[in-house]
Design a protein around this ligand. Structure first.
Ligand code: ZN
Length: 149
């Protein structure tokens, strides 16, 4: 288990240091801000959706390592997915960080598994899920900024 924890930690640190898709998307069809006042995480998410497929996704902003790594991993996993797949992935991630998921393995979850440990730290759940909540609201074409409060 400690080996696995080290791997998960490594994924989070690496994505925090070098976030993927960390840029503005000039031709985004949806742009939405997300805040986590508790920690000070603040991001803008950009989505380009064509025929119900997320053809491109990116983000900008600042926050703690977990919130940034979570947004980064999310963008790598959602590109090319349908809205329905994105919604399902949101639900899986939500269950993962709230400790409701029993089958946690790298094989089934990919890099999402790196956030399994978050469920042990309730204050961190909002950090990890901020980008995901923002993404879901953007998919639903909501325009109000997302706040975890
Ligand atoms: Zn945070």
């Amino acid at each position: 288990m400690s080996e696995l924890r080290a791997l998960y930690q490594e994924i989070i640190l690496e994505h925090n240091k070098k976030p993927r898709n960390f840029r503005k998307l000039d031709d985004a069809s949806r742009t939405l801000e997300g805040y986590n006042p508790l920690c000070g995480d603040h991001y803008t998410l950009y989505l380009k959706i064509e025929n119900d497929v997320v053809v491109d996704i990116s983000f900008e902003g600042a926050g703690c390592a977990i919130s940034k790594a979570s947004a980064s991993v999310m963008t790598t996993m959602l590109k090319g997915r349908t809205k329905e797949e994105a919604q399902r992935m949101f639900e899986t991630f939500h269950k993962l960080v709230t400790g409701e998921l029993t089958d946690i393995s790298f094989e089934t979850l990919g890099k999402l598994a790196a956030f399994a440990g978050v469920s042990e730290f309730p204050a961190r759940v909002k950090c990890a899920s901020l980008a995901w909540h923002t993404m879901r609201n953007a998919l639903d074409a909501k325009s109000e900024p997302v706040s975890t409060e």
